[in-house]
Design a protein around this ligand. Structure first.
Ligand code: E4P
Length: 220
């Protein structure tokens, strides 16, 4: 599964990029607004840090304006994927931009039927929101399983991006379900490293080594 970071924060992106395990970035209007710079500027800086798909979302809501805005976003950098909401206008814009060879990420997906529409419109990525379904007492991960099944049944090329991941178990379950991509906040990515037995084991290895090869005052 590809790992994307769900943030527009440059410090977080730089830290994670140094680990060499980040395949791309998703942003949305809320995440861009948090950083306080216009989207074109912020997204260009993100492209300088991460070499992978970078989703940049339109804020227009009418198809013609979405298409125009999407074309503008796609011109910022070759790695930009134009993010569109799963509305009638968004799907219309997705069809038009896909026909032009512009890659799209259809976002705010909450049902298998919506995902089917996005695939038919030629979406490059579909973004089902796991955490937001959990928030309303629906099982978000069932949607990932449903979409993987539906796309597999018909051989749709659209990649399933498991979004709104709030904790490590969401990441594990997305990978088990067969999602192509999981996008997560920096905090969740950082938590994936943790295991008490790793810490305990390393501590013991170093202590055992030091007992034999390092005595006080002697350095190899
Ligand atoms: C995905 O593209 C969205 O930006 C994101 O995953 C939403 O997550 P949230 O529900 O935690 O805001």
């Amino acid at each position: 599964m590809k790992i994307f970071l769900d943030t527009a924060n440059l410090d977080e992106l730089r830290k994670a990029a140094a680990w060499g395990i980040v395949d791309g970035v998703t942003t949305n209007p809320s995440l861009i607004a948090k950083e306080g710079r216009p989207i074109e500027e912020q997204v260009r800086m993100i492209c300088d840090i991460i070499d992978g798909d970078i989703s940049a979302e339109v804020v227009a809501t009418e198809s013609k304006a979405m298409i125009e805005e999407g074309r503008g976003l796609a011109k910022i950098h070759k790695n930009i994927v134009v993010k569109l909401p799963l509305t009638r206008d968004g799907i219309q814009a997705c069809s038009a931009l896909s026909k032009d060879g512009i890659r799209t990420n259809v976002t705010l997906c909450f049902s298998g039927n919506q995902a089917l529409l996005a695939a038919k419109a030629g979406a490059y990525i579909i973004s089902p929101f796991v955490g937001r379904l959990d928030d309303i007492s629906a099982v978000g991960m069932d949607l990932i399983r449903d979409i993987c099944l539906i796309y597999g049944n018909y051989g749709y090329k659209t990649q399933v991006l498991s979004a709104s991941l709030r904790h490590p178990l969401h990441v594990l379950d997305s990978a088990k379900a067969g999602a192509h991509i999981g996008t997560m906040p920096f905090k969740v990515l950082d938590m994936l490293f943790n295991h008490p037995l790793t810490d305990k084991g390393l501590d013991q290895f170093l202590k055992d080594y030091a007992k034999v090869f390092q005595t006080a005052g002697s350095v190899r």
